[in-house]
Design a protein around this ligand. Sequence first.
Ligand code: SAH
Length: 357
Amino acid sequence: MSAMLGHLLERINDTGPLTVADYMSECLLHPTLGYYTTRDPLGAAGDFTTAPEISQMFGELVGLSLAQSWLDQGAPSTFVLAEAGPGRGTLMADMLRATKAVPGFHAAMQLHLVEASPVLRARQQEALAGYKVAWTKTLAELPEAPLWFVANEFFDALPVRQFLRDSNDQHDGWREKRVIAQDGELGFALGGITPVAALTHRMTDTVKGDLVEVCAPAAPLAEEIGRRIEAHGGAALIFDYGDWRSKGDTLQALKSHTKVNPLAGPGEADLTAHVDFEVLAGATPSAHSTMTPQGVFLERLGITQRAQALAGGLEGAALEDLIAAHRRLTHPEEMGTLFKVIGFCPHGHTPPPGLDI
Ligand code: SAH
C-alpha cells in the first residue's frame, strides 16, 4: 500500500468520508506526499503537457498581449507582473524574452510567482535565472500595485466538490459525492439529500440526475485578482480548459498522458476539473472580456505569422514539430476550442489584445 493510500484510509477512518475537494487537496498538495509537492509532472516524460510546454509561441504572444495592455494603460512606472501556478517557469521565460524589446516594461516590472510546490519553485528558479523573482504561496501576499497577471492551467488544479441533483418525497436538493474506504481501498459514495446554498441558482437549469461541481476557491481568487486590477490598474489573462456554467463530472486523472481512475494511485496522477468561467466572470469586480477559445485568441494575435517566421529557419523534423505545435495550440480538435481564455481589465479600459468586452 502506498504511503498516500495509507494516509487517506487513516484520515477517513478517523474523521469520516472526504469530499472530492478534500481528496483533491490531499492528493495534489499534501506537504510530503502530494503530487505537485513531490515532483515535476510536466513534459513528455511526465504525466501531462501544457500550452507553454508545447511551443514558445504561446508565451511570446501572451507576453506581448499583456505588455500592450500595460502600454494602453499609460505604462505605469512600477507594476507587479505575476503568474499563478507557473509549472516549470516556461510561460514566464517566454513572456520575458518576447517583452524585452518593449521599452520600459522590464524596468517597471516586479516579478512575482505564486507557487505551492517547492519542487516546481526550484524549476522556475532555473528557468528565470538572471531575473529578480519573488515567490509567494498565495495571491493575497502580492504587493498592492498595478497588476498584470497570467495563469495557465492553475484554476483546474483547485479542488472541486461534486453534487448530484436528487429528490424524494421530502427534499429536492443535492447528494454530495464523497470518497469512502471499502475493504482497504477507496470508493465513491453519495451522501443524503440536502439543500446547498451555493447551488440555489442551479435549481433552475438542472434536473434530477445531473452532477454539478463547485470550486470554492475559484471565486475568491478571481475577486482578489479583479479587485487589485480595478483599484490599481492592470489586466489578467486566465487560460484553462472548461466552459461557461459547466455541468457534469469533469474530475480527471492523468498519468503518463493517459486518463486513469481518479481513485487509483492517489498522489501519483494529476487531478483536475474543468473551470467554470461564469464563476470567474461573476466574481471579479473589474470589467472582463467575453470567454474566448484559446485558438481564436492566438489567431487574433498572429500565431500563424509567428509560426511562419519561425519556420523560415527550420527544416525536417524541427519544421514538422513546429507545424504540429501550431495545430495543437489552435485547432478545434486539439486545444483550440476546449481551452478558453478570459481577460480582466479596469472598467473603462479595453481588455488585452486578442479579447473583446
Ligand atoms: N502553468 C503551468 C503549470 C500548470 S500545472 C503550465 O502551463 O505549464 C499547475 C500549477 O499550479 C503547478 O505549478 C502547481 O504546483 C500549481 N498549483 C496547484 N495548486 C496550487 C495552489 N493551491 N496554490 C499555488 N499553486 C498551485
